[in-house]
Design a binder for this molecule. Structure first.
Ligand code: MTE
Ligand code: CO
Length: 426
């Protein structure tokens, strides 16, 4: 058994022990409740309609959709945030999800000029600039290059931006929901650039979208030749139109703005282009009035998704599952700690499920809630040893004017009745 496996097993065992101990105290409540129900619960004693009548046949829904009882699990926007929905954002309902993969229909959307609707037969991807042979690919051409499958998170640089000066939005969907994690299928960008032949002075790649905003970003050639993908599938099926159908750029670990959707052109150049999205936007305004350019990597971050303002504790005291997400553009998550008292004491959480570089990680902390007020926090550490900062540590380094790249520690205030609020403990 590897040390890593042993460590995971030890952690799981410790967490299970904690849960069982919690269960001993809370078990009476749970057992009592189910015994009372078994005695006279009509859901147990009477035959229900779903048991009495035949259901729909196999082809009732050729493309499946979630149960009608899950209709509340949807992306949501904050109407006052932007002037118009075509240049706007909606948010992933993180508080309703589990595991590490975001279902396709729930991936947050961020568009600067609405969703482009493109017939794949009419889509072209061009490579030009400092290359030996300028090339134009059809979708069919792209499908003939060797493919890879990779799971990555995408986080908008503006995620949690509204929380920079203090707690503002009441729900992790809104404070942290500009992130999703998807299994992509695509062609390494490297293969396409090699096909065109990058000239020796080709140091940058400009990626351009085919949407009405024609979004453009400069990407250093080292990254383009490293792990970027030109992706056409998400979670096994074609990209959704909102996510860039038929093809988008995947720039692992780096800010979402660089992941150009509806990708139509890659220009190789010898210096960055200074486009709108890398000058007036997606730069970090510092305290001294200067702006920091090119903050590409999304740093280590985490958030408790349940309980949270949209997912209060409704079962009362006793065994309680705290669940959350952690991620880092630097690679894997090494460890997540949870605090119940606003950062005074920390306990190690249990990371469960695949631990993939530059992907979301799922963590749990199973404990016995005694019904007292909690100040819940999570703090992630990545494999490079970077520790998620407090919001005050961030502000000490960058002042009050920043918006982007807020990876500060989030606090949820859990009241005795289980209601949860967004607060800040700094
Ligand atoms: N690409 C194009 N062509 N147009 C856009 O408006 N928005 C960018 C990026 N790529 C955008 C784009 C931003 S700011 C982000 S955060 C991500 O796409 C969002 O990707 P998603 O909508 O799949 O979540
Ligand atoms: Co963005």
């Amino acid at each position: 058994m590897s040390d890593k496996t042993k460590e995971t097993l030890d952690k799981t065992a410790a967490s299970r022990r904690r849960f069982l101990q919690a269960g001993l105290a809370g078990g009476a409540v749970l057992a009592g409740a189910s015994a009372a129900r078994a005695a006279g619960d009509p859901l147990i004693t009477e035959i229900q309609d779903w048991n009495r009548y035949l259901g729909d046949g196999v082809d009732a829904a050729p493309y499946g959709t979630p149960s009608e009882f899950e209709a509340h699990v949807v992306r949501r926007d904050v109407p006052w945030l932007t002037a118009d929905p075509v240049s706007s954002v909606n948010f992933t309902p993180l508080h309703e999800l589990d595991g590490i993969i975001t279902p396709n229909g729930l991936c947050f959307e961020r568009h600067h000029g609405g969703t482009a609707i493109i017939n794949p037969a009419e889509h072209r991807l061009m490579i030009n600039g400092l290359v030996d042979t300028p090339l134009v690919f059809t979708m069919q051409d792209l499908m003939r290059f060797p493919r890879e499958n990779r799971v990555y998170f995408l986080e908008c640089a503006a995620n949690s931006g509204m929380e920079w000066r203090g707690s503002q939005l009441n729900g992790c969907q809104f404070t942290h929901g500009m992130v999703h994690c998807v299994a992509y299928t695509g062609v390494p960008l490297k293969y396409l650039l090699e096909e065109a032949g990058v000239k020796t002075n080709g140091k940058w790649v400009l990626a351009e979208g085919a949407d009405a905003s024609a979004m453009t970003r400069s990407i250093p050639i080292e990254k383009a030749l490293d792990d970027c993908l030109v992706a056409f599938k998400m979670n096994g099926e074609a990209l959704r139109p909102e996510q860039g159908y038929p093809v988008r750029l995947v720039v692992p670990g780096w800010e979402g703005n660089m992941w150009v959707k509806w990708l139509r052109r890659l220009e190789v150049g010898d210096e960055p282009w200074a486009q709108r999205e890398e000058t007036s936007k997606y730069t970090d305004l510092l305290e001294n009035g200067k702006a920091r350019r090119h903050t590409w990597q999304m740093e280590v971050k985490s958030v408790i998704t349940s309980p949270s303002p949209q997912a209060p504790i409704t079962h009362g005291r006793g065994p309680t599952v705290i669940s959350g997400l952690a991620w880092s553009g630097g690679g894997r998550i090494k460890r997540v700690d949870v605090s119940l008292d606003g950062g005074r004491n920390w306990q190690e959480a249990r990371v469960d499920g695949p631990s993939l570089p530059k992907a979301l990680h799922r963590f749990y902390y199973d404990f016995n809630w005694d019904g007292s007020e909690l100040m819940l926090q999570s703090r992630a550490v990545d494999e490079d040893g970077y520790i998620q900062p407090t919001k005050n540590e961030l502000r000490a380094a960058r002042g009050m004017n920043s918006i982007y790249h807020n990876n500060g520690i989030q606090t949820w205030y859990v009241k005795a009745d289980g209601v949860v609020e967004n607060v800040e403990v700094s």
